[in-house]
Design a protein around this ligand. Structure first.
Ligand code: ADP
Ligand code: ZN
Ligand code: ZN
Length: 833
């Protein structure tokens, strides 16, 4: 029985000439061509989703995106039919399809990988399997003990997805086998729940043909219509609502038909004639949930003189540049400048995207933005559920959200009319996605989208990435500086504490120098707040036997296990593997098993010992797993009554507290020593950013104490003097000398395999192949990374360095891909990333 809904039609499968190239959400480096059934041919559009069979004997069903429509059948296989059309209107717009293609090419991955990260999973499948307790089940003696327990739980719940059931059953259970067994015993019922389809509401509108946006043409038209007073009146009526001569842009938005033929049949037929004669054209738009005239009460923000000048300068530079870098010290009020610019962009009718790093987004900034933009602002965050993400996606399409603040994946939202993209804290490493593919950098993607949609891109940071600052210096980007903190607040005083000397003098109290200890004591006394930064979670990163030097290592990865005292276990921070804490050494039986080094948990413990009665909060991955845990900690600290906040790099990002006057930094040397060409830059950024949390209010001078074993390092002097330019000049010279970015492009290839030998051989062969063509100076490695084995896969890195402007990067990439494909044909080697 065909339904009346055109989307659900059962389509005729005859005489088909239309083919579609489809993007399937799988890691295969090509698209697939399918046939479009006849009835579907008239309504299918590029960017719509379809359901297709896939695999041998059509064993799988997938959601795919139509990337292209044409009439040529595939040459080397028989095209199968598309079975269902999910969207009557494109779910993915042209700009997004362009983005997908560019990303697959630029980041050397499959377009299906891009689709996979881009679409919330709720948009990728049309139905999902769920299980439910069978109310008729009556034979408990058939069940195993585990099944009895699970069923008792399931009985209390309504339907569950497989994932939810797996969680309930415990992660170690083989869930597929369990479901099979329970279904066999008729204890549970499995059914398919159809997910909501995505059908935006469309409305028809009318607008005056573009020709009549010209004054001469319009006057001629009106003159011509003098003999047809009814038609003339309809045109006049339109012009009263849409004064084309004053604002042609309004004409593009059009008008509802009903406004023009409100009263009589005569005007209706006049209107029809006008449409037929191409005076008016009719078009479809997605129904906005809120009318666009209702802009809400947006509280005026009053920019300071410095901020206003910065905002004006940014606007002035946008006249000539597509990208502007705002370099503003911590606490200068960059957010207020952004808000001002966002309001302007929205007022001119365009969309705005505001990107923030993961952590910064969960808290204070969102509250500030919500106060201004209310529920017209969409929030896109990775802690959101899939449904919430689908809602934001739809809100962008429907026009409910003209403005979205989001994390890196927000670049995939279906914008089509962006006027402004802000990349806040543009130096942040969390803009880069490492796994899975596409391994993209959201800042770079934002710049591309800006280019396609002719949107201006504003990069902001107190510590810009060398790459961005370099481009600004080269005048490829505009550059605006903001040197003053808001409201006469001054930058904090930064002091170095020589822990080597304190150790010699025996004044250290465990990990605390006496200088930091005393400063904390004073701060608690004064009822001011302190932040302590140690970029390592857990109690201690090593556990070792004093007698035989055994250390606790992960089974699956080449790293030491971290001791977590609270949960009394050893944990791998790479794969999540957990172990009980051994009481005696597993190798020699000695009882002298000790911990080495310290993490946030140990600091928290020691604070309780040194400052009994003080209130301490800890913020790291372990304390923020729950959805709003992060926000709760922030609010509690904000409310006061908490003396000290201890945390990992989470506390360095964008936090803004009135009452923090002391920041303590542990183990600065570890950050500086890290073996990476960006280590110095990163260390400077992190130290400056965390220091910037101190003394953000006028009248409260902040102090920062950095504990180091090597106070003479020049980078520390630069941090103390807030000498970004000094750092830049020194680093950029080094990058140039050793030909690192921005003077070259780097492509990193990682080969991984369970068998070390296979992995190494493949990497060596790949490197040799590439060296032969590109030359030895451009190919480095293969080398084992710092952590050479993760999740039982042995890793080998090859680094390819390509001079800018001298090498055709596209050609090199194509060549690399060819070589990789050659090696992949070797049996057993599947993944090179
Ligand atoms: P940044 O992002 O540059 O570190 P913020 O935007 O967080 O700085 O601003 C620092 C603090 O100063 C915030 O609490 C903010 O509310 C306040 N502030 C900045 N500019 C203004 C302004 N024009 N009016 C009122 N408060 C402001
Ligand atoms: Zn031992
Ligand atoms: Zn591990």
């Amino acid at each position: 029985e065909p339904s009346s809904d055109p989307i659900f039609h059962s389509f005729d499968k005859e005489e088909v000439t239309l083919f579609a190239d489809l993007i399937l959400p799988i890691p295969v480096p090509r698209m697939f061509t399918y046939r479009i059934p006849r009835g579907m041919a008239e309504i299918v559009k590029i960017g719509a989703r379809v359901i297709v069979p896939f695999g041998k004997r059509n064993s799988r069903v997938m959601t795919a995106i139509v990337a292209n429509l044409h009439n040529s059948p595939p040459v080397n296989y028989q095209a199968r039919y598309v079975t269902e059309l999910l969207d009557e209107y494109p779910l993915v717009n042209n700009s997004q399809l362009e983005l997908f293609r560019w990303m697959a090419d630029y980041y050397m991955c499959c377009i299906g990988d891009v689709m996979n990260v881009a679409l919330p999973s709720g948009l990728k499948i049309s139905s999902q399997s769920k299980v439910q307790y069978n109310p008729d089940f009556d034979y408990p003696e058939l069940l195993t003990e585990q099944e009895v327990l699970l069923l008792a739980e399931l009985k209390k719940q309504s339907a569950l997805t497989y994932d939810e059931l797996a969680r309930l059953a415990g992660e170690t259970t083989n869930i597929a086998a369990l479901i099979k067994s329970l279904v066999g015993k008729k204890a549970i019922i499995v059914f398919e729940e159809v997910r909501e389809k995505y059908v935006p509401k469309m409305i028809r509108k009318l607008r005056l043909h573009r020709t009549y946006e010209e004054r001469e043409q319009l006057l001629m038209l009106l003159k011509r219509l003098e003999k047809l007073p009814k038609q003339q009146e309809v045109v006049m009526r339109y012009l009263r609502h849409v004064p084309v001569q004053v604002n042609p842009a309004l004409n593009q938005k059009g008008l509802d038909k009903s406004i023009l033929n409100q009263d009589d049949a005569l005007s209706q037929s006049s209107l029809q004639t006008l449409v037929k004669n191409a005076v008016f054209e009719s078009f479809e738009v997605i129904q906005p949930r809120f009318s666009d005239s209702n802009s809400g009460a947006q509280p005026e923000i009053k920019l300071t003189e410095h901020q206003q000048r910065a905002a004006d300068e940014i606007m002035a530079q946008f006249a000539e540049q597509n990208t502007v870098l705002l370099h503003g010290v911590t606490g200068s009020g960059k957010t207020e400048v952004y808000i001002h610019l966002i309001q302007q962009a929205l007022a001119s009718g365009s969309q705005v995207l505001y990107l923030l790093p993961e952590i910064a987004l969960t808290t204070q900034i969102v509250v500030r933005l919500q106060r201004v933009f209310g529920d017209k602002m969409g929030i896109y965050h990775s802690k959101f559920s899939d449904n919430e993400r689908v809602e934001v996606w739809k809100g962008v399409v429907s026009g409910q959200y003209q403005f979205v603040v989001g994390v890196r994946s927000a670049v995939f939202l279906p914008f089509d009319n962006l006027g402004l993209i802000i990349v806040d804290e543009e130096h942040e490493t969390s803009y880069k996605q490492h796994d899975p593919a596409p391994r993209y950098h959201a800042r770079d993607v934002a710049l591309m989208i800006g280019h396609w949609q002719q949107a201006k891109v504003l990069l902001g940071s107190a510590t810009p990435s060398l790459e961005s600052y370099f481009l600004a210096k080269q005048r490829r980007y505009g550059l605006v500086e903001l040197h003053h903190r808001f409201g006469d607040a001054t930058l904090p005083t930064i002091l170095l504490v020589d822990v080597k000397r304190e150790k010699r003098q025996k004044t250290m109290k465990s990990e605390f120098s006496s200088a930091l200890h005393d400063a904390l004591a004073e701060n608690i006394e004064r009822k001011e707040q302190s932040i302590l930064f140690q970029n390592r979670r857990g109690y201690s990163p090593y556990m070792q036997c004093e007698d035989c030097d055994w250390t606790a290592e992960c089974l699956n990865c080449a790293v030491s296990l971290t001791y977590h005292q609270r949960d009394a276990e050893l944990r791998c921070h790479y794969c999540g593997h957990k172990e009980e804490v051994p009481r005696t050494c597993p190798t020699c039986g000695s009882t002298k098993v000790k911990t080495i080094g310290f993490g946030t948990e140990k600091l928290e413990d020691q604070l309780q010992i040194f400052f009994p009665g003080s209130r301490v909060l800890r913020m790291d991955l372990d304390t923020t797993r729950a959805k709003d845990a992060y926000g709760q900690i922030i609010r509690e600290f904000e409310r006061g009554g908490v003396d000290i906040l201890v945390g990992t790099q989470m506390i360095t990002k964008g936090l803004d507290f009135d009452n923090v006057s002391l920041v303590g930094i542990f183990d600065a040397d570890r950050m500086i020593r890290f073996p990476d060409f960006r280590a110095t830059e990163r260390a400077f950024q992190m130290l400056t950013q965390v220091s910037g949390r101190a003394g953000r209010r006028a009248g409260r001078q902040g102090t920062v104490l950095i504990q180091t074993a090597n106070p003479d390092q020049s980078i520390l002097q630069k941090v103390i003097q807030n000498d970004y330019r000094g750092l830049y000049n020194e680093e950029i010279q080094e990058r140039q000398d050793f030909n690192y970015p921005p003077f070259s492009r780097l492509i990193k290839l990682t080969v991984r395999h369970m068998d070390k030998h296979t992995s190494q051989r493949a990497a060596e062969r790949l490197a040799a192949d590439l060296t032969q063509t590109l030359g030895p100076t451009r190919v480095l490695g293969p080398e084992q990374p710092l952590v050479e084995r993760i999740r039982n896969q042995f890793l080998f890195d090859i680094l390819i360095k390509l001079e800018r402007d001298k090498v055709n990067v596209k050609a090199v990439k194509a060549y690399i891909r060819e070589r990789i494909n050659d090696i992949l044909t070797d049996k057993g080697l599947r993944q090179v990333s």
